[in-house]
Design a protein around this ligand. Structure first.
Ligand SMILES: NC(=O)c1ccc[n+]([C@@H]2O[C@H](COP(=O)([O-])OP(=O)(O)OC[C@H]3O[C@@H](n4cnc5c(N)ncnc54)[C@H](OP(=O)(O)O)[C@@H]3O)[C@@H](O)[C@H]2O)c1
Length: 266
């Protein structure tokens, strides 16, 4: 058991769902080399209940050699839209997936069709492949969206309207997943800017958002460690809500990190 002493609220989830996944959990981390994916991998290594980690990646994840990473299996794919049988076999029996694969149209000249393929089509194809592989029940799938994504695709967002409408439609698509297949639980996380200064370009983006915040409506943000902790706690303990806003993620992430740092009597 993970959070045995802490209440888990299932405010928007039917009460029939099981909550804690218990021990021996197999977790698929899709996009494990990404900004958030890397941190989810790092934290999952510290959680004993997670006994197998499938790092779904384009290139092998390189972990610090001083850390025991024997429970991590790199599953390298050419394309997040194609899942050969040997890849699907690695998904079999998984209890959860954190889906962090995405592409933001910030680089000049980027083709929107490619952005849509990465953000929307791959999400659907990845989810379907995991379902076909025969996951554990329940199987929890958390899809990382972005704060500011509207729920009404007819309303034009102020920033990057084409992108956010596409992500809105992706969220609506994800919301329909569980009704199609029983025993599957789906959650949408809408983090704000992931505060991170690990590389020059990331620091630039983080500072750019800060400047935007000064001039416009304040944009929410979250520490990378808090977001990874929130995501992990939710797939292990059960989804509190179908959609987690940035404020929920900050609260859950802080609670989880505090829980992990609290010494427990044996
Ligand atoms: N970063 C932020 O501030 C922020 C803010 C709000 C929401 N989010 C959301 O949180 C999630 C994770 O964000 P992140 O910053 O960790 O993402 P990221 O590092 O930019 O990318 C995550 C993964 O997406 C895959 N990917 C990226 N471009 C691709 C392409 N052209 N073709 C195929 N795969 C591609 C990569 O997989 P490989 O490494 O295997 O190539 C990458 O590891 C995303 O859904 C993002 O939209 C992020």
């Amino acid at each position: 058991m993970h959070h045995i002493s802490l209440p888990v609220l299932h405010t928007e989830i039917p009460s029939t769902q099981e909550s804690n996944l218990g021990t021996n959990m197999k977790l698929i981390i899709a996009g494990a080399n990404g900004l958030l994916g890397t941190e989810i991998v790092r934290q999952s290594l510290q959680i004993p209940e997670i006994t197998q980690v499938v790092a779904l990646v384009h290139q092998t994840v390189h972990l610090d050699e001083s850390i025991d990473s024997s429970k991590v299996k790199n599953v390298v794919i050419d394309d997040y839209g194609q899942y050969p049988d040997d890849v699907k076999a690695e998904f079999a029996g998984a209890s959860a997936c954190t889906w962090t694969v995405a592409l933001t149209p910030l680089q000049p000249g980027i083709d929107f069709a490619e952005v849509k393929r990465v953000c929307q089509d791959y999400t659907k194809l990845g989810f379907e492949a995991m379902c076909e592989a025969g996951p554990a029940r329940p199987f929890r799938f958390i899809y990382l969206s972005a704060g500011g994504t509207p729920r009404d695709p007819t309303k034009d967002p102020v920033i990057l309207p084409e992108f956010f409408i596409m992500r809105c439609n992706t969220e609506l698509m994800v919301q329909r997943f569980p009704t199609e297949k029983e025993g599957l639980e789906v959650c949408i996380a809408q983090p704000g800017v992931i505060a991170n200064y690990t590389t020059w370009s990331r620091a630039l983006v983080a500072n750019l958002w800060r400047i935007i915040n000064r001039f416009g409506q304040s944009l929410p943000s979250i520490q990378r460690s808090e977001l990874a902790a929130a995501v992990l706690s939710q797939v292990m303990d059960g989804f509190e809500k179908r959609t987690l806003a940035n404020s929920d993620l900050v609260r859950l992430g802080r609670r989880e990190l505090k829980f992990r740092s609290t010494p427990r009597s044996s």
